[in-house]
Design a binder for this molecule. Structure first.
Ligand code: ATP
Ligand code: MG
Ligand code: MG
Ligand code: MG
Length: 439
């Protein structure tokens, strides 16, 4: 992408309305635009990052055996009356009436709808287990939408729903998602700690929140220091190996970790003081097992091998990709701007032409750009007529991991500079060596 043809509305001034660094940087880097309280447009740069996050989320859902679908944002109130949640959900639900005065709502979550879909088609144990997921916008009329993408009213969620014959099967489905979540956050370059959590309005009795430690987090959390070191399962994990997956979950739940709602002072005090972490955290994912809470009232029943019919056992599993975009920035930034981990960077490479209009510099930068494009590298070519300092500032602000600085001085010796955004290391290399390094 040539910057001259892209849409990147950088703000030079720090926006006053933003209280936390991720919100400030999202606005300054031209990634999002506020369109209402807790409602944001993703500008092109922001969308590139959101899509990268979603891609990793999808890959790990798919790897664990979950199946992608897409449910609508607008739901009928009837379904929520069946489950009994229509009245319980309260003011967080955006209620709408259509032209026929029918009660509708903008979905804050999808347990009811997915249960309706399930019961329409699945009748037998032979069709289980099943895990259906989608990535869809949600609306929750939060009391205090704030911190930009961190607590929006309209936000993106990946929500998965598992269906099993019995509690034992549901436990395995829960464990698979637990492991998929560990892998998802690790691939995003984040350390998320599974913590025993309250189940809230989703209900149920087995639940973990995945939390990233950060000073700006809204949750108060307590955990054992070793959680910062435990190894994350690699891609070879066999999701059909019930005992193997359980063993991973056991390892990750053997140490103390809880949010304030579930905090146990005595258990925490039993940890050696040097290993106690008491911190603030951002909830980036949440998994629940809730048995027959929806299937029983909504009559989603399946035939067991013995011929009896019983409500299916369910769990639900959420990740917030739009919140993650903000959480990633909270976890990785410096004075100059965002420092994207490579897997989620909007562009992997930036080229700064330090003397726009100089024939030799234009040619060298243009050739590098074409060669990287041809090799499938996502590259942003800063080809505007701006001073070098301003180009460095832009590439640093938007966090491009690898930056190639092309100027007449270096080119005289046949060299360009390769700069690493994280750490700032610079190296003089020939364009051919740069290509070798990055492609
Ligand atoms: P919170 O405690 O922050 O209000 P929640 O517990 O209500 O979140 P869940 O119902 O567990 O959220 O939803 C699953 C995931 O969706 C959360 O873990 C989070 O990543 C994301 N999420 C929830 N609410 C928001 C929001 N208002 N803005 C952005 N992401 C959100
Ligand atoms: Mg909430
Ligand atoms: Mg919560
Ligand atoms: Mg939650």
């Amino acid at each position: 992408m040539r910057l001259s043809r892209f849409f990147l509305p950088i703000l030079r001034e720090t926006p006053k309305e933003a209280d936390i660094v991720s919100h400030r940087l999202l606005l300054r880097a031209g990634m999002i635009r506020q369109e209402g309280a807790g409602i944001y447009a993703f500008l092109p740069l922001g969308l590139r990052v959101l899509n990268k996050v979603c891609r990793i989320v999808r890959e790990e859902q798919d790897r664990s055996g979950a199946i992608e679908m897409l449910m609508p944002t607008i739901q009928s109130a009837e379904l929520w009356k069946e489950s009994g949640r229509y009245d319980d959900y309260g003011k967080e639900m955006l209620r709408i009436k259509d032209r026929h005065e029918r009660e509708m709502l903008y979905g804050p979550t999808n347990e009811e709808m997915v249960t309706e879909i399930f019961r329409a088609y699945v009748r037998s144990y032979k069709d289980l287990p099943l895990n259906l997921y989608h990535l869809q916008w949600k609306f929750r009329d939060e009391v205090r939408p704030r911190f930009g993408l961190m607590r929006g009213r309209e936000f993106l969620m990946k929500d998965a729903y598992s269906f099993d014959l019995d509690q034992e099967g549901a436990r395995h489905s829960y464990n698979k998602m637990f492991v998929a979540y560990l892998r998802t956050f690790a691939r995003l370059g984040l350390r998320a700690i599974p913590m025993v959590a309250d189940t809230g309005p989703i209900g149920g009795n087995l639940s973990h929140e995945f939390i990233i430690l950060a000073q700006t987090g809204e949750s108060e959390v307590f955990c054992h220091r070793d959680f910062l070191e435990v190894a994350v399962p690699d891609a070879s994990v066999d999701f059909d190996d019930v005992a193997g997956v359980q063993a991973i979950v056991d390892r990750w739940t053997s140490l103390y970790a809880a949010t304030s709602e579930k905090h146990d002072e005595a258990a925490f005090a039993a940890i050696p003081e040097a290993d106690r972490v008491s911190a603030r955290g951002i909830e980036v994912g949440h998994i629940f097992y809730f048995g027959t809470k929806y299937s029983a009232p909504m009559k989603a029943v399946v035939a067991h091998p013995d011929g009896s019919e019983k409500p299916v056992h369910m769990g639900s599993y959420g990740i917030g990709p739009s919140r993650l975009v903000a959480a990633l920035i909270e976890a990785s930034h410096d004075e100059a701007g965002i420092v994207w981990p490579e897997p989620v960077a909007p562009f992997r490479v930036g080229i700064a032409n330090l003397k726009q209009g100089d024939a030799a510099t234009d040619a060298a930068a243009g050739e590098l750009y074409a060669a990287l494009q041809a090799r499938g590298v996502e590259v942003l070519y800063h080809d505007l007529d701006e001073r070098p300092g301003s180009k460095f500032a832009t590439l640093d602000l938007i966090g491009v991991p690898w930056q190639i600085l092309v100027g007449p001085k270096g080119l005289k010796e046949g060299k360009v500079e390769l700069k690493r955004r994280a750490g700032g290391d610079r190296e003089l290399l020939s364009p051919a060596d740069v290509l070798e390094r990055l492609a």
